[in-house]
Design a protein around this ligand. Sequence first.
Ligand SMILES: [Zn+2]
Length: 250
Amino acid sequence: MNLARTAVASAGHPFPAIAAIGPLRRTLFPGLAGVGNPGHVALTFDDGPHADATPELLDLLDRAGVRATFFLLGRMAEELPEVARAVVDAGHEVGVHGYEHRLLVKHGPAATCHDISRATAAIIAVTGVRPRWWRPPYGVANAAALLEARRLGLRPVLWTTWGRDWTRTCTPDSVYRSIMRKLDGGGTILLHDSDHSAAPKCWLAMLGALPAILTTCRARGLAVGPLAEHGVTEDTTIAGRAGRTAAPHW
Ligand SMILES: [Zn+2]
């Protein structure tokens, strides 16, 4: 994760930094990247719950017969407890994104740990479910965050392809094409069911793109589901073991 930290410092903005380390992450830390069963694609959504986007997404997924993993923000789960519970009631998995949507490397170890533990407690209190997964905002973490996640029994997992569905100019077609650029069996898809940290209503593009994404996965013979069914790889490369020295039992 030091790679990410360095890249962020040099780029000044988190998104290009994450894109830059993407290929390296997948090679050196496949488990962290969300690589799993080659016949399966994990479908994940960050930044929710959202009063409008999440219910619409739940309807779409219900019609498609697909379940997914939702990385919730603790603050939003507390503000919209019925929506957060609807995610669980519909059979989806919940993970921890954070309490606030903040770039963790900008904050000290104490604030970082507090954010993750507060988010986890909020999600458990609202949904009654203990999450297994943690995805830091912007995909960027520090050692304190990794250790706190481990203490809470959370495994960090990022993604292998994303829809770039947070921009003002994104469209269903742009989101679809962005996902397809790196979609393959065993990958993890990142989309957002919220405009909490993005351009207003950009989630409409995500909703517009999702049916075609699911259709393409099906056409390629790939099952789509939550991380719980993805068979996420254990990081056993030399680099992976080095990473686990800092935060074993990811
Ligand atoms: Zn996020």
